[in-house]
Design a protein around this ligand. Sequence first.
Ligand code: NCD
Length: 354
Amino acid sequence: MNSKLKKIPTNWKAYEELSVIEKGNLLSESPHTLLAQQFNRSYLEKLCALSTKIRHISKTIEGNTFLKTLLKDKRAMLYFAQPSSRTYLSFNAACQILGLDTMDVRDSKTSSEIKGESPEDTIRTFSSYADLIIMRHPTMGFAEKTAWILSKSNREIPVLNAGSGADQHPTQALLDIYTLERSFENQGGIDGKTILFVGDLKRGRTVRSLAWLLTLYNNIKLYFVAPNELQISNDILVLLEETNTEYILGNSLTEYLNKADAIYMTRLQDEWDQEGEKSNLEESFQINKNHLKIMKNHSVIMHPLPRRNEISIELDNEPQAIYWRQMRNGMWIRAALILSTFGRDSLINHWKEK
Ligand code: NCD
């Protein structure tokens, strides 16, 4: 494994002090997927194209059988120390599509961490049995730390960050990009589009990662609609300014609805409330059938899910509601990511349609 991380002569602390852009550069040629900032546009396009190929090939029994040969010599460890339905299941399904066997720990209480084992030792244990670690952790930066630990061991296996703290969710951002790309296939792609983010943008890690990926497209406009206390954090705004990405901060969903090509709803992330804090998302940050009249004809409603009441269920079967498709896209893009993590993406060309 040829990881740039290995080349840093300094310690973890020195890595931690780098800016997110510097970290992204460092990670861009590593086997790990840890931060949205490590991707460039050509990689995103390559991954989306690969997802579509996998999706098409999987439509027949012969195709499925072929896909299952691609990584049948590999095993993945799914380490989810935080609740997850979609991310866990879609990663697991992605592994199955490619023939990878999976093992999992879904609760730190069931691993030896409860006996006082250090996270470092737990990670090295996982890497003894698996060829890939897919992990979700409540601690910001822990996936990076894991990759760092492994880069110093003699068995550096790739780490895929399936959500870390309230900070990053790079693979959700990938599936969101794939969903946007597919949605705007006949409207000139993602370039020039306006994306409206609504809800708890301060602690929504999916928004934070996706906002960055959108800076890789041309003439993008980002609208962030949230109560002031849950508005997107300054560190993201700084990145948007550095990349000359146009953005507006607001408090009113209806004010911006008619300008948006995609509306990205999010839930209240009150699991991050501090002691004594009682955060709230009022009705004005919810979308229902009446809003359809204000929306542009081709615009789409997305949500990383799970939802609470921010999208009325009466919208579920409307053509604008693409959150179910978005969820399924997660399986395809994660399969593409895993295949390319192992450097086997070109094997897909061995498939010949009968
Ligand atoms: C998101 C997450 O875990 O950050 N869920 C997901 O992965 N689809 C969003 C959320 O929990 O609100």
